[in-house]
Design a protein around this ligand. Structure first.
Ligand code: FAD
Ligand code: GLY
Length: 383
């Protein structure tokens, strides 16, 4: 059957089946739009597979990121209902854990730095409190005996990002999304200056809207006009997982210590992350990377010494020029950006899915998403 033009205009093609592309697809299909998601590999195997799954709006705040904080906190607030809805829609667990996060200092110097960070968090009205070393060890007895103090951040939770990607895949399929895996997008089709679809080895797939959700690969999608390439680069992260006894885990909270974070999963995996490296798409796991992570982890949690190493891996964060995501319209009509989530893509999944699906359906960007437009980089370049 040949579709008429208006039916094709309704079609949405999404480039990238990570948590961002899949969650947008799910939301759009729930609202009746025909959606096809393409991935060069299997769904959920990019940055979304590599992440630690922390929903760390408060712990990860940096000076000068106040605008991003509003978005991060809004998404954090959406997480509990999002997880419940997704688990019901997919029949799969995403393991949202709500014990919260502890940031620990091991020396007087660390403690002074952490107090500075806690002051910033306090100024921004974040719900954090200072704990003594004894308080911290009462909460997490396996922490190093000399722990000098730290910050409790009870609203920074975690989710199992690999399970999240699988649940989104199933929920999207159940909602009617077409998922085309192992099929790289080879070009963006343009007609009369606007998007007409995407091309793959199988030919042209017409679509009135194309969502660019290719994570760290977003800048390199073939066929993107130069002026439409988003300022996104890969930021390498090495990680590893250790095997705790799930019946007697060393940790229950997410813990940040100098040089490392530790994320305990329900099945006993202890995620140890992560390096931050400007090395393009390099995938080497290095002795130095693992040494630094393990040494920092061991100083905070000496009991890891006997734990088996389960896995090591490398992922690439989609880092934008200002470390904030890129949402909505750009220089090519019909091309919609949902990329550049850098260190926070798992945290930002619920709000991104909402903002981008609302934008596609209404043509208007919610004020919450306005500061994150493609245009901010064009203005900066022109100034
Ligand atoms: P991806 O998951 O990378 O998905 C993009 C998809 O596009 C991929 O599946 C890829 O195959 C596909 N693709 C690429 N090119 C093409 C093409 N030509 N055609 C078709 N498909 C294509 N965030 C948090 O919130 N909390 C954390 O604790 C956290 N920890 C992290 C730790 C590490 C080490 C890393 C690397 C990241 C971490 N992040 C974390 C960030 C988070 O992982 C990302 O921001 C998020 O996963 C981005 O999702 P995405 O869907 O945009 O990208
Ligand atoms: N948000 C944790 C990381 O990017 O390593």
């Amino acid at each position: 059957m040949v579709q008429d033009n208006s039916a094709r205009q309704n079609e949405v093609a999404i480039i990238g089946a990570g948590v961002i592309g899949l969650s947008i697809a799910w939301r759009l299909a729930q609202r009746g739009l025909p959606v096809t998601v393409f991935d060069k590999g299997e769904a959920g195997q990019g940055a979304s597979h590599a992440a630690a799954g922390m929903l760390a709006a408060c712990a990860e705040i940096e000076p000068s990121e106040e605008r991003l904080l509003t978005l991060n906190r809004a998404s954090q607030a959406l997480w509990p209902a999002f997880a419940t809805e997704l688990e019901a829609a997919s029949g799969l667990p995403v393991e949202l854990r709500t014990e919260g996060t502890l940031m620990v200092a091991l020396t007087a110097d660390d403690a002074a730095k952490l107090r500075n960070h806690a002051e910033l968090q306090g100024r921004l009205g974040l719900p954090v409190s200072w704990l003594s070393g004894r308080d911290l060890r009462r909460l997490e007895p396996a922490l190093a005996p000399g722990v000098a103090g730290g910050v409790s951040s009870p609203e920074d939770h975690q989710v199992d990002n690999r399970k999240l990607a699988q649940a989104l895949r199933v929920a999207a399929l159940r909602a009617g999304v077409t998922l085309v895996e192992n099929t790289p997008i080879e070009g963006l089709a343009l007609k009369d200056g606007r998007v007409a679809g995407v091309t793959t080895a199988a030919g042209l797939r017409e679509a009135g809207r194309v969502v660019l959700a290719a994570g760290p690969w977003s800048r390199g999608i073939p066929g993107l006009p130069a002026e439409a390439r988003p300022a996104v680069r890969p930021v390498k992260g090495q990680m590893l997982a250790l095997a705790m006894d799930p019946a007697a885990p060393l940790l229950r909270h997410v813990v940040w210590a100098p040089g490392v974070y530790l994320v305990p999963r329900l099945d006993g995996r202890l995620i140890v992350g992560a390096t931050v490296e400007e090395k393009g798409f390099d995938t080497a796991i290095t002795a130095g990377g693992l040494l630094s992570l393990l040494h920092s982890a061991w100083r905070a949690l000496p009991g890891i010494e006997e734990l088996p190493v389960l896995e090591t891996w490398v992922g690439h964060r989609p880092g934008s020029r200002d470390d904030a995501p890129i949402f909505g319209a750009g220089p090519v009509e019909g091309l919609v950006y949902a990329t550049g989530h850098h260190r926070n893509g798992i945290l930002l999944t619920p709000i991104t899915a909402k903002l981008i699906s609302d934008f596609i359906l209404s043509g208007k960007m919610d004020p919450m998403g306005e500061p994150f437009g493609f245009g901010r980089f064009m203005r900066a370049a022109a100034a």
